[in-house]
Structure formats: structure tokens, C-alpha cells
Design a protein around this ligand. Structure first.
Ligand code: IPM
Ligand code: MG
Length: 361
């Protein structure tokens, strides 16, 4: 298979983790006889430095013309960088939001799975972990607070900031359908998370999700308030199969879910549009404090590359091979520093990439 992949290394640890993911993809292409053609584009702080904006029209267009996008991370330390002394729409993260919106990537899939080998790194007590957990967070990615109208004004000498949370029923329906379809291939259980005891947008969310559920009689649907969900994730994570939620709640809950897998360095993600096109990125940020030190965990990015093979290219066998190789390296005891525990062997970013690539068969 011939695939055109746009890579966006971005800022901070982005370049090193994308490099490792490409190493693993190259190994896959060798063994399984595919051709992956890469084209690199700038986004985030590096694009601000080179072009004055976090995402150029050309970069967006190049991404649009590709079969899939592999992204590292964007952004620097807030308050500690020239990238943040400008208007919000010119900061690194604005590039990320613009590419999500520009490519209509409304469905963000974030799987959170506890590898048995990492139960030592999981901050929860053994009796809470039980048999582990395996959930998928379906986060709406192009609506809600992230894209509503916002402004800061001075009214009678007092500064006032406004952000608006808007969803229409079509935006809710399309992400709900994606979530139910994914649940059909899993344990057929959807928990839709909202704040329907307060927010109108959540009440509409609930109504539309209930309507969609009628087309999926085999699926068990529950509604859960977001504050309760935050608590349930650390009290009984095993109860979750598919969590369906809006943009902001999904941002927060996916960080929480990633932490209980042992490290945010383990959580992959896929952002999809209506077709097979997608952007694949780790759920974590650019970690500027450890950038360039060979300390970053490349596993979330490598697992994101596996999702790319699965969702955009229908290469399930190859995706399985990557996931198996990650499992094997962990079973053999190799750990990056974020998931290190006693008796294990510490590996840097590049060595971890080598180890995983070597185990692809
Ligand atoms: C994420 C990140 C982004 C988000 C930031 C960098 C804008 O936290 O992908 O979860 O909030 O969506
Ligand atoms: Mg986030």
C-alpha cells in the first residue's frame, strides 16, 4: 500500500517522539511491504518562529492533501516564552485548534488501557485496579467552549471575559454515532458524560444521544454527570467501556484517564472526520522541560501511529503488530523514566523506539 503521511513534529519533545514513531512505521513498511511517504510541515511555536503564524494556509493544505497526519505536540511553557506574548489566535495552540477545525476532525478517540506490566506505575490502589480497565474516550473536538465566541471587555472599569459553549444537534449526533459504532465493536456499553443538571448544551446533548441510542438496541447507554465521572474514574475505572463527551469535558477526563494508565506518556489518540482521514497524536503535550534530553516516552506516539494504520489505512494486522511489540517491550521490563519502577531497565526515547521497532514481526 502507498500512503502519503504528513508529519508535524511541532515543539518540545514533539520531534523526538515523531522520529521514533516513524522508525516503527518504517519497520512495518519493510516487513509488510508498504510505502509510507512522509512530508513534514511546521505547526505551533516552530511555525511562529519561521512564518510568523502557528499554522500557515500552505501547511493546512498540505495536510488536507495527505492520507493521514502524524502529530507530535505543540506549545511551550506558558508565561515563559516569546510565543505567548501575542494575541491568543497567534499562539502555538491556535495552530492545533485551526488544523482540527480546518480538517473537520470532530471525533477524537482516546483509548485508556492498563497494561498489566504497568500496574506498579498506576497511582490507584490494587483493590481499585482489580482486573484493570480498558476504555475509550470519545471526545467531540470541533465545537463547544473551544470554538464558541469569546472576548474580554472592560465594562464600567471592570474587566470581563466571556467564553460561549454552543452545540447544535447535528454536531452532537455525528459524534454520538461514532461512539455507538465503536461501542458495537467493544463491550457495547456507552456512558455519555454531561452536566445536564446545569447546562442547556448538556440537556440537548442528552436528548440527541438518547435519540441516537434508539438505533442501537444492543447497546447499554447510561448518562453520567461530569463531576461524578471524574470521581468514578479513580474509584471504579473498570466500569467504563466507551465514554462519550463534549470537547472540554473530554479534554479534562482524558488527562485523568491517562494518568491512571501509569503515565500520560502512554495515551494515544486519533482525530477523525466523516471519512477515513485522520490526525494521530499523543494525548500529552510538548513537555518543554524534558525536550531534547532523550527522556520522553515515545509510546503514546507509536500507539497513535498504530491507530493511523488501523483507522485511516485499514491495516489492522500491522496495527496489531505495533501494539504487540509495545506490550512485549514492557513485558521484557524496559521502561522510560515516567513509567520506571524497581527492577525494570530504563531506556531513553530513542532506545525505546529501537526496541519496539525490532520486535515488529
Ligand atoms: C489536548 C490538549 C489541547 C486541547 C491543547 C494543547 C489545546 O490539551 O489535545 O488534549 O486542549 O485540546
Ligand atoms: Mg488535553
Amino acid at each position: 500500500m502507498n500512503c502519503r503521511i504528513v508529519t508535524i513534529p511541532g515543539d518540545g519533545i514533539g520531534p523526538e517522539i515523531v522520529r521514533e514513531a516513524c522508525k516503527v512505521l518504517d519497520r512495518v513498511s519493510q516487513i509488510y511491504g508498504h510505502s509510507f511517504h512522509y512530508k513534514e510541515v511546521l505547526m505551533g511555536g516552530c511555525s511562529i518562529d519561521a512564518c510568523g503564524v502557528p499554522l500557515t494556509d500552505e501547511a493546512l493544505e498540505t495536510a488536507r492533501q495527505s492520507d493521514a497526519v502524524l502529530l507530535g505536540a505543540v506549545g511551550g511553557a506558558v508565561g515563559n516564552s516569546r510565543w505567548y506574548d501575542v494575541a491568543p489566535n497567534l499562539r502555538p495552540e491556535a495552530g492545533l485548534l485551526a488544523i482540527r477545525k480546518g480538517l473537520n476532525l470532530f471525533a477524537n478517540i482516546r483509548p485508556a488501557y492498563l497494561y498489566k506490566e504497568l500496574s506498579e506505575a498506576c497511582p490507584l490502589k490494587k483493590e481499585i485496579i482489580g482486573d484493570g480497565f480498558d476504555m475509550v474516550i470519545m471526545r467531540e473536538l470541533t465545537g463547544g467552549l473551544y470554538f464558541g465566541e469569546r472576548h474580554t471587555r472592560e465594562i464600567d472599569g471592570v474587566l470581563q471575559a466571556t467564553d460561549t459553549l454552543t452545540y447544535n444537534e447535528n454536531e452532537i449526533r455525528r459524534i454520538a454515532i461514532k461512539a455507538f459504532n465503536i461501542a458495537m465493536k467493544r463491550r457495547k456499553h456507552v456512558i455519555s458524560v454531561d452536566k445536564a443538571n446545569v447546562l442547556d448544551s448538556s440537556r440537548l446533548w442528552r436528548k440527541v444521544v438518547d435519540e441516537v441510542a434508539k438505533d442501537y438496541p444492543e447497546i447499554k447507554l447510561e448518562h453520567m454527570l461530569v463531576d461524578n465521572c471524574a470521581m468514578q474514574l479513580v474509584m471504579n475505572p473498570g466500569q467504563f467501556d466507551v465514554i462519550l463527551t463534549e470537547n472540554m469535558f473530554g479534554d479534562i477526563l482524558s488527562d485523568e484517564a491517562s494518568m491512571i494508565t501509569g503515565s500520560i506518556g502512554m495515551l494515544s489518540s486519533a482525530s477523525l472526520n466523516e471519512s477515513k482521514f485522520g490526525m494521530y497524536e499523543p494525548s500529552h503535550g510538548s513537555a518543554p522541560d524534558i525536550a531534547g534530553k532523550d527522556l520522553a516516552n515515545p509510546i503514546a506516539t507509536i500507539l497513535s501511529a498504530a491507530m493511523m494504520l488501523r483507522y485511516s489505512f485499514d491495516l489492522d494486522k500491522e496495527a496489531d503488530a505495533i501494539e504487540r511489540a509495545v506490550g512485549q517491550v514492557l513485558t521484557e521490563g524496559y521502561r522510560t523514566v515516567d513509567i520506571m519502577s524497581e527492577g525494570c531497565i530504563q531506556a531513553g526515547t530513542s532506545r525505546m523506539g529501537d526496541l519496539i521497532a525490532e520486535r515488529i514481526v
